[in-house]
Design a protein around this ligand. Structure first.
Ligand SMILES: N[C@@H](CCC(=O)N[C@@H](CS)C(=O)NCC(=O)O)C(=O)O
Length: 170
């Protein structure tokens, strides 16, 4: 990922990248937004509903994901630091603050704003990162929201296609 060929696609040497003809994109949110604008079923036709779905996409990556990433960093990369035991509960509580708010907004609804949209897709994929921590299960409606996302046939197709080319280490 740090070789010049990949850096030409992604200035930060990360994944994912997306290529379509002459177009090369990086950043998950931008890639999903691009795809959602060109294929039916991911963004509503109504202008206001569409704006709200896009708002949820930003909320997922800008407001909900940062504390989740911080938690992953603390668990995976900082576990050997002498201050990790004190820091972990602080970081986990920042995640819980966001999940509590999100859980209250979702309530008993199936998706965040009416029909399934790219906003739900982004939010579910961000929340998925929490599974190993057990924190997601503290919010049963959010755990069920993620499970609904994973049960969608398109999600399964995408995951199967991914696993066909790369199996993560057990
Ligand atoms: N904001 C970026 C984050 C991408 C990111 O963190 N990618 C990770 C894998 S999930 C990566 O490539 N890490 C390797 C590295 O940073 O060197 C996005 O959403 O696309």
């Amino acid at each position: 990922m740090k070789e010049p060929t990949h850096l030409a696609l992604h200035p930060f040497g990360q994944i994912p990248t997306y290529e379509e003809g002459d177009l090369a994109l990086f950043e998950t949110g931008a890639i999903v937004f691009h795809i959602a604008g060109r294929h039916a079923g991911l963004l509503p036709d109504d202008a206001n509903a569409r704006a709200r779905a896009i708002t949820w996409m930003f909320a997922a990556i800008n407001t909900v994901e940062p504390p989740i990433l911080e938690l992953s960093t603390a668990r995976v990369l900082e576990s050997d630091k002498p201050w990790n035991r004190e820091r972990m509960p602080l970081v986990a509580d920042r995640v819980r603050t966001r999940l509590k708010q999100l859980s209250a907004r979702l309530g008993n609804a199936e998706w965040l704003d009416g029909a399934f949209s790219a906003g739900d897709l982004m939010m579910a994929s961000v929340l998925l990162r929490l599974r190993a921590s057990g924190i997601l299960d503290e919010y049963p409606n959010l755990a069920a929201f993620v499970a609904r996302g994973e049960a969608r046939p398109a999600y399964k197709r995408a995951f199967d296609a991914q696993l066909a080319v790369y199996k993560p280490p057990a």
